[in-house]
Write a protein that binds this ligand. Sequence first.
Ligand SMILES: Cc1ncc(COP(=O)(O)O)c(C=O)c1O
Length: 460
Amino acid sequence: MSVPTLAADQSVRAPLPVLGRDVTVPLVTGGEVTYAALDYAASAPALQRVWDDVAAYAPYYGSVHRGAGYLSQLSTDLFENARRTVADFLDCRTGDQVVFTRSTTDSLNLLAAALPDGCEVFVFETEHHASLLPWRDARVTCLDAPRSPRQAVEILERALADRTAAVHEGHGPALVCVTGASNVTGELWPVRELAAAAHAHGARIVLDAAQLAPHHAVSVTGLDVDWVAFSGHKLYAPFGSGVLAGRADWLREAEPYLAGGGASRRVTRREDGGVDVEWHDGAARHEAGSPNVIGAYAIASACKALTEAGFEALAAREERLVRAVREGLADVSEVRFLSLFGDDAPRVGVLSFVVEGWNSSHFAAALSAEYGIGVRDGLFCAHPLVRTLLGGDARAQGECGAPEAGPGEKSLNAIRVSFGAGTPDEHVERFVRAVRELVRDGARWNYRTVDGRCVPDTSA
Ligand SMILES: Cc1ncc(COP(=O)(O)O)c(C=O)c1O
């Protein structure tokens, strides 16, 4: 079967301009190619528009909040406007708070630190570690991986109903943490239905939108989630900022995430030599220290750029790319895609797979060295999920060279290809062609394991 090229479809937009689109990289076999960045799920390239906005603002950058100078006031306005832009982007409710953090991980750790006493937390084992691990001080119930969106809702309902039944006289606070789109399979989760189930049982819900927000509109109001977290670097704004947005009450009642300037309204020395502090109760309470103004500004720029491009058009184009990967590899029996909800389940531009007879690290190294394609291999910070998908032996590293999975054997880890608004058709076409060639002909170069990673052997 010949590799299909993507049919031109006038209704679907071209990729959005991103930085690095013309960067060339050397091939181990000789020559150079334009780099095909197909690891968007880890970090997406900056949108050109974001870069331009940041560059235009940079000369006007100044200290925010208490600075008396003109540029300080300008920067303070831009910083606070960025907050409003993010609130609009997320379709927040009146009274919701937008806190700028460093990342999704930081946002979820902030929320974890703000849980009311006795709060129980419910997570699926399928979560990224950023959603699975921050709740260590709470009582955590880790739910089984569902095999359909409907089963996800059933599993959650059952767990919450058991909790309600167990706590006869009313029940304490509870939080459900769920991802909107899996960073392993790309599959979309039934967020609205899970939120309804959580609320029906008196629990709250936080949406990990790290993988969802770059691909689909996220409406806090429409989905009826209590909080949402995402990262700038996955949203084409890699300047070190993230967001936690949602209900103000738990955040207001919690101790500040970091203690320091910016979070404190009034600090006084006590007679006994101690220090008293009155904390802010708005977003500033959890933003101690000098905020990352450029990071927040970059996120706001990305929010505007994506909204203007239109998520429907972006998602339609991405679906076409997902189809091109799946159809382009459909007759390669050695390639097995990983999925919880079935191969045809709706997903964002994230697909993980294993190749029979190949070590995933070896395969990914060959894609890079021989084709200039950057993908990712391993367990993707979602160890329990990948173990469930591959079987119990999955581990982060296999030995390069010797195939880890012969016919009928389990793979130890997987390969992930991911893309988004900046991905040209050619990158996906090259990827499909490369996978087919590698499976058919094998690698053209020798590879060896260095520090647990497979790399081209250039010693000869
Ligand atoms: C679903 C999901 N949640 C959370 C995270 C953590 O994001 P960050 O590393 O930006 O904190 C990731 C990162 O890959 C992710 O894919």
